[in-house]
Ligand binder design. Structure first.
Ligand code: FES
Ligand SMILES: [Fe+2]
Length: 384
């Protein structure tokens, strides 16, 4: 671990028991060498949600994304399948697709720089003047693919072609969400908002994964959700948290007459950087991707999908609450934490995890930290 500059993270241990554990050391939230390891060992080897199948409904439709510094795109191919590739031309590395989403102008993926053109399999089909180039065989050139998996209609991609399938590692949580919304494959994007946050991605994830902060920091949220019913479950590569909503509250009002199941607010987290949020009183779902950009920069994209791609009155009110109230409250929290993490007076904190796993329990944060630790353990001297 000589490549990590901060001595506090060259050597530390991590307690697998959440009830007695401390958090990851503060420097793991800003040390650039540590982030470099996360980039290579976590983000290049795990699954990223890049959108929904209906974001690429038509042949030639694409979405682009960046897995930290790795530009990628997913494409609806002419045979109807969805494939994903690294978004870089094999000639001199221009990005192939520069828009966040769109439709190919022809059957080929054409580089804007010198017009090399690739087919839907990633094979190079045309390169202007290539017949004059000695020893150039365009059949030897193809784009590098990523693994693709569709879960609940959402497209997950993985740069690691040897990665284990995601579905078996998240199935119980996914099934639970599908019981609420069984037809997610047909949903369409209705609204999306991006927050660029001056904080490490784990800091954003930590905040997402506990509701200990809800009573002090989210007054309307604890009026919406009955905290006595709030629970958090962790397993495999996912965690689930939620509780039963009150129909009348200061966040947004639910339609009358819903049963307890229909009034369940819930968040399904899938390692490393996405959560799906269920809104009682609406058929909508939100994907919440908190993509690391740099050690202290995270791009959070909150996208709402509905059965018809429209926002009804209740869903519009939910978006207003999340975009204008809850989202900004959380952004302020994590940015202030990020500043505090640099303090010479702070190194690690104690997780608050009680035996009953009460509403305030931070065991899902410990779960995230444990996954980070397990991915980087080999770089930490004498880790136990
Ligand atoms: S960089 Fe793409 S064609 Fe030259
Ligand atoms: Fe929050």
């Amino acid at each position: 671990m000589s490549s990590v500059s901060d001595s506090s993270i060259r050597q530390f241990d991590f307690d697998v028991n959440p009830e007695t554990a401390s958090t990851l050391p503060a420097a793991t939230y800003f040390d650039r060498d540590w982030f470099e390891l996360e980039k290579r060992r976590i983000f290049r080897r795990n699954w990223r949600c890049v959108g929904h199948v209906n974001d690429v409904a038509g042949k030639g439709d694409f979405v682009t994304d960046a897995i930290v510094d790795q530009p990628v795109f997913a494409l609806r191919c002419r045979d109807g399948s969805i494939r994903a590739f690294h978004n870089v031309c094999k000639h001199r590395a221009h990005l192939l697709l520069t828009a966040p989403r769109g439709t190919l102008k022809s059957k080929l993926i054409t580089c804007p720089y010198h017009a090399w053109a690739y087919d839907n399999d990633g094979c190079l089909q045309a390169a202007p003047h290539c017949e004059s180039i000695r020893g150039f065989d365009k059949s030897e050139i193809r784009l590098d693919a990523l693994k693709v998996e569709i879960i609940l209609g959402f497209i997950f991609v993985n740069p690691d072609l040897d990665a284990a399938d995601l579905q078996p590692q998240v199935a119980p949580g996914v099934d639970r969400l599908a019981r609420h919304l069984p037809d997610l494959e047909t949903y369409r994007l209705a609204s999306s908002i991006t927050f660029d946050i001056a904080a490490n991605w784990k800091n954003v994830g930590d905040n997402l994964l506990e509701c200990y902060h809800c009573q002090p920091a989210h007054k309307a949220f604890v009026d919406l959700v009955d905290m006595d019913s709030y629970s958090v479950e962790v397993d495999g590569l996912w965690s689930w948290q939620g509780g039963i909503c009150r129909p009348e509250n200061t966040a947004y009002n639910l339609p009358a007459g819903l049963n307890d199941f229909e009034r369940e607010f819930a968040t399904l987290y899938i390692w490393p950087d996405v959560a799906f949020v269920l809104f009682p009183g609406s058929r909508a779902i939100a994907s919440f991707v908190f993509g690391a950009v740099a050690a202290e920069s995270t791009r959070q994209v909150f996208s709402v999908y509905t059965p018809d791609g429209e926002l009804d009155d209740v869903t519009r009110d939910i978006c207003r609450y999340f975009n204008d109230v809850l989202g900004p409250e959380d952004v302020a929290l994590v940015e202030n934490v990020q500043k505090g993490l640099h303090s010479m007076s702070y190194s690690r904190g104690r997780f608050f995890v009680d035996p009953a796993r009460s509403f305030f329990s931070e065991h899902a944060v410990h779960h995230l930290h444990g996954l980070v630790f397990s991915h980087l353990q080999e770089f930490i001297a004498d880790a136990s």
